[in-house]
Structures are given as C-alpha cells and as structure tokens.
Design a protein around this ligand. Structure first.
Ligand code: DGL
Length: 272
C-alpha cells in the first residue's frame, strides 16, 4: 500500500541538504521534513554524550510528526549515535556510514580508501570499522578536516577561493602521498567542495559522497518494505531550523542547487 507519510531528515546545520537534493531527485513523490540544528552547528568537535543528547532532541522534534523513516544526513551523528537511535526508535533509520563504505569498496581499484570527515567522526573509528568489516583486505586512512564545515557555512567553497584551496591542499596531501585511489567525503557538508577537492586529487582518485549514497540506501529500504509514496505526484518539503532562519533561502538554494522559495520555520529545540 502506498504510504505518503513524510521522511524525516536531519543534520547539525544545512549540510544535510546535500542529501535532500539527491532525495528530491530520486524520490520526487515523497514528502520530506528537514531539521537543521543551526543554533548548535558545528557538531564535529563535540563529545559523544553531547552528540547523543543533540541527536535525540533532533529526532524527538522530527518524530512529533508521523514519519515513516528517518535519514540521518549528518556524518557526525551517524558515526557516533546511530546504533542508539535505532535501538530507541521503532521506525527505520538510515545513516551515512554503511552505504558510503559499500560504494567506496565497489569503486576502489587498489583497495586504498581515504576518508575525510569531522574530528568526532574520525575519532569514532566508524568508517574504518565498517570498511574493514565489509572487506578485511582494504587499506584505510582517515583524516579530520575541522576547518571545512565553518568555511563551507561561510560560503568559502568555490573553485579559485584561495582560502579553501590552501586548506584543502594541506588536508589532502597526506592522503595523496599515501596513494588513496578513492576518497570518501564522510561529512554531508563536503559535496559543496567537490570541485575544489577533485582539482587537488586529480582524475586518479574517485570521490564518494556520504549523503548521496545514504539517499539511495533509503530508497532501497522504502521499496523493500512497501513504504513508497505513489508515483506521479510531487512531494512537499518542509524545512525547520533552530536559529534565525532569515538567510535560509539563500544558503539552502546553494546546498540544494535550486532556488528555494519557501522560508524555514524556527523551532525551540530545547523543548524536545
Ligand atoms: N554535516 C555534518 C556531518 O556530516 C557536519 C558536522 C558539523 O556540524 O561539524 O558531519
């Protein structure tokens, strides 16, 4: 039976909109509710306890709606809190780690996979563990890139921007010297850096983006469980944030790569 209940999607800020962009493309008939915790971004340097507290609140807010599934469009929450969220909730919850690692292993030629993400994600060891579980022969090198999220949130992500190019070159050089042939962008803010990163890596390195792969995983899951909305309709997307939403339309249109005409609504996340 067709199911038109919305899919909940959340991130620490607006980076998770890169996953929404893919969802809108591959599941245009679905209704989406997005929450970006803009009052508390970035999550990437915080402790596990704080991240779990934030993730629970984010999910509790989304679950004030009758959802059919959730996409955790945040690498940092996926690497540190996904198991707990799945154990505490009675609906399907998809994170970014597992689908992204499967994709990286499908495209790597020499089984040398690099991974960049926030400090909390790298510290968790989650990407490394998943890659090794799926392929014990794989070589993995993970590096934190703590300056990427603030630079992206401040619009410094375009080709030719000397600040982002300098920082990216410095972060990527150990991975390139090590000989990565595949690079996982383990944080959902990073797809905006794809041009800059691809220029530095060159054609010998395949980039795999976390938000994109998890959107495909969610589609497979909804299809397998008979939870898809009927074809031929256009789903609605609603956006919520936890800080002032004034600039939302402009920034969101960059992440979604399409004009955004509806404003986001602000909620008080401390109530959840
Ligand atoms: N988009 C979040 C992630 O995927 C950004 C983390 C942050 O807020 O620092 O990890």
């Amino acid at each position: 039976m067709a199911d038109t209940r919305p899919i909940g999607v959340f991130d620490s800020g607006l980076g998770g909109l890169t996953a929404v962009r893919v969802l809108r493309r591959i599941l245009p008939e679905e209704n989406l509710v997005y929450f970006g915790d803009t009052a508390r971004v970035p999550y990437g340097g915080r402790s596990r306890e704080t991240l779990l507290k934030y993730a629970r609140q984010d999910l509790r807010f989304l679950r004030s709606r009758d959802l059919k599934a959730v996409l955790v469009a945040c690498g940092t929450v996926s690497t540190t809190s996904l198991d707990t969220l799945q154990a505490e909730n009675d609906l399907p919850i998809v994170g970014v780690v597992e689908p992204t690692c499967r994709r990286a292993l499908a495209v790597t030629r020499r089984r040398r996979v690099g991974m960049i993400a926030t400090l909390a994600s790298v510290r968790s060891g989650a990407y490394e563990a998943a890659l090794r579980r799926l392929d014990p022969q794989v070589d993995v090198l993970c590096r934190p890139c703590p300056l990427f999220v603030p630079l992206v949130e401040n619009g410094r992500f375009e080709r030719g921007d000397v600040v982002i190019e300098t920082v990216a070159r410095e972060y990527l050089s150990p991975l390139l010297e090590w000989g990565a042939d595949t690079l996982i962008l383990g944080c959902t803010h990073y797809p905006l850096l794809e041009d800059v990163l691809a220029d530095i890596c060159g054609p010998g390195v395949t980039l795999v983006s976390a938000g994109e792969e998890s959107a495909f995983e969610l589609k497979r899951l909804l299809t397998a469980r008979g939870l898809r909305a009927p074809d031929g309709r256009r789903g609605e997307a609603e956006y919520y944030v936890s800080d002032q939403p004034e600039d939302f339309e402009r920034i969101a249109s960059v992440f979604l790569q399409e004009p955004v005409h509806h404003a986001a609504r602000r909620i008080d996340i401390d109530k959840y």
